[in-house]
Design a protein around this ligand. Structure first.
Ligand code: ADP
Length: 411
């Protein structure tokens, strides 16, 4: 491996006994974090991007040390090997560090998995069997699992599924109105994703409000590069915007979200796109990026300021879809106690939060502009004191949630 390495001052870190290594293996990236499940203390985190290309980028931060490299990382196995070497170079032998678990984010649990699950050969076979439901994600997750078992054979691996939180969705919310035989044969239903985040954030909302989780009716808006909304009634999710795949629902960074399914047929029949081309178009070249060429809200805001009409339209389409879901979930829930924004856009974009809930005073939603403008990494209320519905910003922490669930299941 060649590349440019920048080392900061060496850290003097204690051995991370009791820590969990969380791995999030995406289709061409690997994110990892070494943290303590009880205290949330993070010893190290890193990301390898553009795996499989000649210019994979690698960042590893551990204490005061930051390593940045550009190198050719052939596959996820090489990425994990690289990460383990970074730990070793900084005085942490992961294999001997007393880790309690490696926690893996696994995107699709199908109908089989809805609890954190210790990984065995049988579990790997079952995740493989349901991989066609998430062809870009589950195979990468499996490589991450195999790599962890190879390099850290004595540490139990745990799978935490993105779909798990939504496994009990009411039938009416989980069912697509298509031929039942076809749906059953091919496991077609709405599964929901980002469940670890919706679960974590909605519990933090209850803590913040000092209320019983099971008493609250909530709407959670996870707005990151991927985006999803959920409606949670008395502690149970009753609806969510992502469906059989993470493509349904809100407008996202590069994903279209909801479409007329007839459009897909049109793209094939008339535009002559192949299934793979349509897949790429809808997952990677649509959403905000498809509408204005940018998928980062900071860049989009700058374009809007400069008078770019495509950026303005992209923003308007994004907000329109978001408000449609908020409206639908308010009706589904009947009574709403809290609406919460989370993830990169939700935690940071003052205008998105303001526009998503503008003009809803008659529904008991009043945003306080000053509170909404505050930047903070802490959970906070952005609604006015006389707003019937509490509007909150609560930072998500999927790594901590995965670490906690992994540690709990091996305990
Ligand atoms: P992922 O789904 O990749 O985990 P994140 O939750 O990290 O995504 O969200 C990433 C997105 O958050 C960025 O693409 C960007 O649009 C948005 N974002 C991050 N910081 C800001 C900011 N300060 N202002 C507005 N948007 C932001």
């Amino acid at each position: 491996m060649s590349g440019l390495t920048e080392y900061g001052p060496l850290s003097s870190l204690p051995a991370p006994t009791g820590a969990v290594l969380v791995l999030n293996a995406g289709s061409s990236s690997l994110k990892y974090q070494l943290l303590h499940p009880d205290t949330g203390e993070v010893w190290a985190d890193g990301i390898v991007e553009r795996i499989g290309e000649n210019d994979s980028s690698i960042t590893h931060e551990q204490g005061d040390v930051e390593i940045r490299e550009t190198a050719a990382i052939a596959d996820h196995l090489a990425a994990i090997e690289w990460a383990i070497r970074c730990f070793a170079d900084n005085g942490t032998d992961l294999a001997a560090a007393g880790l309690v678990a490696v926690g893996h984010r696994v995107v699709h649990g199908g109908r089989t998995f809805y609890e954190p699950t210790i990984i065995t050969r049988e579990v790997i076979s079952e995740i493989t069997r349901i991989s066609p439901l998430a062809p870009l994600h589950n195979p990468a997750n499996l490589i991450g699992i195999e790599a962890a078992r190879t390099f850290l054979p004595d540490v139990p691996s745990v799978a935490v599924f993105d779909t798990a939180f939504f496994h009990g969705l009411p039938d009416a919310a989980a069912t697509y109105a298509i031929d039942r035989g076809v749906a059953d044969l091919h496991a077609i239903r709405r599964y929901g994703f980002h469940g670890t985040s919706h679960d974590y954030v909605s519990h933090r909302v209850a803590d913040f409000l000092g209320r019983d989780y099971d008493e609250l009716n909530q709407i959670v808006l996870h707005l990151g590069n991927g985006a999803s909304a959920s409606a949670i009634a008395g502690g149970h999710p009753i609806d969510t915007s992502m469906g059989m795949t993470p493509l349904e629902g809100l407008v996202m960074g590069t994903r279209s979200g909801d479409l007329d399914p007839g459009l897909v047929l049109h793209l094939h029949r008339v535009a002559k796109l192949s299934v793979d081309q349509i897949d790429t178009l809808l997952n990677k070249q649509s959403g905000l990026k498809g509408l204005c060429g940018e998928n980062d809200f900071r860049a989009i805001s700058a374009l809007i300021e400069a008078g770019d009409e495509n950026a303005r339209r992209a923003y308007d389409v994004y907000i329109h879809r978001l408000r449609r879901y908020i409206g639908a979930y308010m009706i589904e829930l009947g009574r709403v106690d809290a609406i919460t924004f989370t993830a990169g856009v939700g935690e940071n974009s003052t205008p998105v939060r303001a526009d998503a809930l503008a003009g809803l005073e008659h529904y008991g939603i009043i945003i306080d502009a000053e509170r909404n403008a505050v930047r903070s990494k802490e959970p906070r209320r952005i609604s006015a004191d006389d707003s019937e519905i509490d509007v909150l910003v609560v930072p998500t922490n999927e790594e901590l949630a995965i670490a906690r669930q992994s540690a709990a299941v091996v305990a």
